[in-house]
Design a protein around this ligand. Structure first.
Ligand code: ATP
Ligand code: MG
Length: 511
């Protein structure tokens, strides 16, 4: 009864009798002002890892939300295990064996690991109250099976992002999912955690579970995925075996054009020292950190998750206090006790966590970009709105922010587009020291290059840029110098010429 078409850019291949756990056909979904999905086909084989990729706003999350019952499609057909289904709501999707791990997790921070895993399962409720022990036993079994070493009674709030993700996987398994969707699972992970996640995914595969894997980190796809489907502007562009494709081909399908030189060249002479940090320490977190930054320079900070990079940047920005150490800006010692102090000194901070970035989710794009603090909000009454709009407009264009208009509320934008707005905000502030913490997390390849161009533009105009990143190619491709941190200390410093992934990892794992 079912017919399958495997497309590879125009070339039609028909495979019959294949073993699919899921087929989505002709899926169409319109939001006000946006055709998010236009007649999209997607299928999933049993036990395969199928990558779903595309630029920010291409429609990946929307497709997944239709599958998970969070959105209703306007048109289309969903077939699960050769049966046509009409997915009513998230609960129904769960019953059909579909589990989604979203970009933003759904765990309850102040409940324990095991409580989270069995939370909200109506059929377990009875058991839940009378038999905590049984639930704990089951959780333990699950975690052991996945080789996850986490204490059951631990609060989720105390877990790292990577650990939380593992709990999500365990939760999916506990619901007997046979289709697990991961929406950008590695965007918040370091190399070690990614390795662990990939191990977990391989275990899922061995159990015959199918995984839909969304990611903007293209390099990793060849390591983990069997096939790939590319969406562009709500259209299905291609489905293919990954092995049959190179990264460049994949990028071209994603962005619809060739994208040469992922790291644009920069020819900027270094100027005077603009920032110097001496002996900055915070008990148990940072130990005698000293480094400097010059005008026109991009300095990278590499290290594993938890090595102290973000804490250091938060200290520099006045978002966290430190006990010892001095900060000099243009040779003058300064005291930074709050973000306001930092902003006054010309420091800008683009943090890694977009939810806590101060994005006003229910306000329009335009406002989010142009208001960065209260002062400006007041000033806003007096400034030229038309000019402001023009600036916002040009940034939307430069960063390729996909939005129907400047008036669109930010919460309706895709994850990556929200991140671009955060960057746009600071670009408008004319800071002379800019700290980028994981600036391209969740951003598609094309937009990444735009961000790199913007960084180059900033240093060309005399700013100094600090870039924290877990993506080694990015750090190596963009930095003039790289500091490597481990356990709250700087364990190495490399120039762009000397740097390699191996060297960085060696310092990053130094005890
Ligand atoms: N609830 C909504 N209301 C209005 N528009 C929406 C809504 N959800 C998504 N959109 C729009 O639909 C399009 C597809 O968004 P989607 O979140 O599926 O993109 P994505 O491929 O997941 O992108 P990213 O890589 O940035 O996560 C975007 O233009 C987005 O702004
Ligand atoms: Mg998304």
């Amino acid at each position: 009864m079912y017919q399958t078409v495997v497309r590879f850019t125009g070339e039609g291949v028909v495979g019959l009798g294949e073993n699919y756990s899921l087929q989505m056909k002709g899926i169409t979904k319109r939001f006000p002002g946006v055709l998010a999905l236009n007649n999209v086909d997607f299928n999933l084989r049993k036990g395969e890892v199928h990558a779903l990729i595309g630029e920010n706003g291409a429609g990946k999350s929307t497709l997944i939300k239709i599958l998970s019952g969070a959105h209703q499609m306007d048109r289309g057909e969903i077939i699960i295990n050769n049966q046509k289904v009409s997915i009513q709501n998230p609960r129904h999707a769960q019953e059909l064996g579909i589990s989604v791990i979203y970009q933003e997790f759904n765990l309850i921070p102040y409940l324990s690991v095991y409580e989270n895993i069995f939370l909200g399962r109506e059929h377990m409720k009875h058991k839940y109250f009378i038999d905590n022990k049984e639930i704990k036993r089951k959780t333990k079994e699950l975690l052991e099976e996945l080789e996850i070493k986490i204490d059951l009674d631990c609060l989720v709030a105390d877990l790292s992002v990577a650990q939380q993700q593992m709990i999500e996987v365990a939760k999916a398994l506990s619901m007997n999912a046979n289709i697990i969707v991961m929406d950008e699972p590695t965007s918040a992970l370091g190399n070690r955690e990614i390795e662990q996640l990939f191990k977990t995914i391989k275990k899922l595969k061995n159990r015959g579970i199918s995984v839909i894997y969304i990611s903007h980190r293209l390099e990793e796809l060849w390591e983990i995925a069997d096939r790939v489907t590319v969406l562009r502007d709500g259209h299905h562009v291609a489905t293919s075996d990954l092995k049959a494709m190179t990264k460049d081909e994949l990028i071209k399908l994603m962005v619809g054009r060739d994208l040469t030189e992922q790291f644009p060249k920069r020819d900027v002479a270094l100027g005077a020292e603009i920032l110097r940090v001496e002996g900055l320490s915070k008990r148990g977190v940072l130990d005698q950190i000293s480094f400097n930054l010059r005008r026109g320079e991009v300095v990278g900070f590499a290290g594993l998750v938890g090595s102290g990079r973000t804490e250091l940047m938060r200290c520099l920005f006045g978002a966290e206090r430190f006990e010892q150490g001095k900060i000099y800006i243009e040779e003058n010692e300064v005291e930074i006790k709050s973000p306001q102090d930092a902003i006054k000194q010309g420091i800008g901070f683009i943090t890694e966590d977009r939810k806590r970035q101060g994005l006003m989710l229910i306000r329009p794009v335009k406002e989010n970009m142009t208001i960065t603090d209260l002062n400006q909000f007041i000033k806003r009454l007096f400034i030229d709105r038309r000019q402001e709009e023009a600036t916002a407009e040009s940034l939307v264009e430069k960063l390729r922010i996909k939005t129907p208009s400047l008036e669109q509320e930010v919460r309706y934008l895709s994850g990556g587009n929200q991140q671009k707005i955060v960057i746009a905000k600071w670009l408008l502030k004319n800071a002379k020291i800019l700290i980028f913490d994981e600036p391209t997390r969740g951003i598609d390849v094309g937009a990444k290059k735009e961000v790199y161009n913007l960084i180059n533009m900033l240093v060309k105009n005399g700013a100094g840029v600090i870039m924290v990143s877990s993506e080694l190619p990015e750090i190596i491709g963009m930095s003039d110098r790289i500091y490597i941190m481990s356990h709250g200390r700087i364990t190495g410093e490399l120039t762009a010429q000397e740097a390699s992934q191996e060297k960085i990892l060696k310092y990053a794992t130094k005890e």
